[in-house]
Design a protein around this ligand. Structure first.
Ligand SMILES: [Zn+2]
Length: 258
């Protein structure tokens, strides 16, 4: 009885109702989803990464071109956390909902591939991923796994097996264009969905932060689960200001078994 008077419980049930009624639900995820997997949001002030260096400068395409060793030195703690990270209950809950046909696709701002590790199949990576590296000279692309361990463990900068130039992780740096195919697919899904759930994103990084507006403008419902308010909370059907790792599994449970 206590739980029924809890506003987040009512919100969870309303969110599950929206998922059950939806035909084409998509989810937009951000850094807040992976903090429960131990990966800091490097864009947020107050994280160790921000205080050590200025990400806008060191994680830029320009710095990578001029001084890749600076980028690799800065990126190493984050790469290490990503390398060892495991999906959390929110990742697994979304994967179960996708398998049950309740989620069509996941659009993510994260580069950690934890959605795929949790079993999600249709993942659109807006900021690239750590799974591959591309040569800065000859554009040869390699799987990152054999290179990540020596880099994370010993700080060895990855070099191209063909021409020995520096390999760049296929993550989108500041000053770099979003991958076009991912962006087109994300826009298509946002415009065609009848429900969008934003999970663990503060909707501060454009143009991805504008995707929910494209969904809303075509009549889709909007659920926002994030531990801080976003600019779109006023337009959402449901907002839950709590940790996604607690709330998403509860929504999935109610959607699949409620
Ligand atoms: Zn090369």
């Amino acid at each position: 009885m206590i739980r029924s008077s809890n506003p987040s419980q009512a919100a969870i049930e309303f969110a599950a109702d929206l998922f059950r009624q939806a035909r084409r639900a998509v989810v937009l995820t951000g850094a807040g989803l992976s903090t429960s997997s131990g990966i800091p949001d490097f864009r947020s002030e107050g994280t160790g990464l921000w205080s050590r260096d200025e990400p806008l400068e060191v994680a830029s395409l320009n710095t990578f071109r001029i001084a890749p060793e600076r980028f690799f030195h800065w990126f190493r703690p984050l790469a290490s956390q990503i390398f060892y990270a495991q999906p959390n209950p929110a990742h697994f809950a979304m994967s179960q909902m996708e398998a049950a046909g309740c989620i069509q696709s996941v659009i993510t701002q994260n580069i950690d591939a934890l959605h795929q590790k949790a079993g999600s199949k249709n993942v659109i990576e807006m900021h690239g991923s750590m799974r591959t590296l591309t040569c800065t000279q000859c554009y040869h692309r390699v799987e990152s796994l054999p290179y990540l361990s020596p880099y994370v463990e010993k700080g060895e900068i990855p070099h191209c097996p063909k021409c020995d130039s520096v390999l760049k992780p296929d993550v989108i740096l500041f000053g770099e264009q979003l991958p076009q195919s991912a962006w087109l697919q994300a826009q298509r899904d946002a415009r065609n969905c009848d429900l969008m759930m934003v999970a663990g994103s503060s909707l501060e990084v454009l143009p991805v932060a504008g995707l929910p507006v494209q969904a809303l403008d075509r009549g889709a419902h909007l659920i926002i689960v994030n531990n801080s308010p976003t600019y779109l909370n006023v337009r959402a059907d449901v907002t839950i200001l709590e940790n996604v790792a607690d709330i998403i599994p509860a929504i999935a449970e109610r959607t699949l078994n409620g």
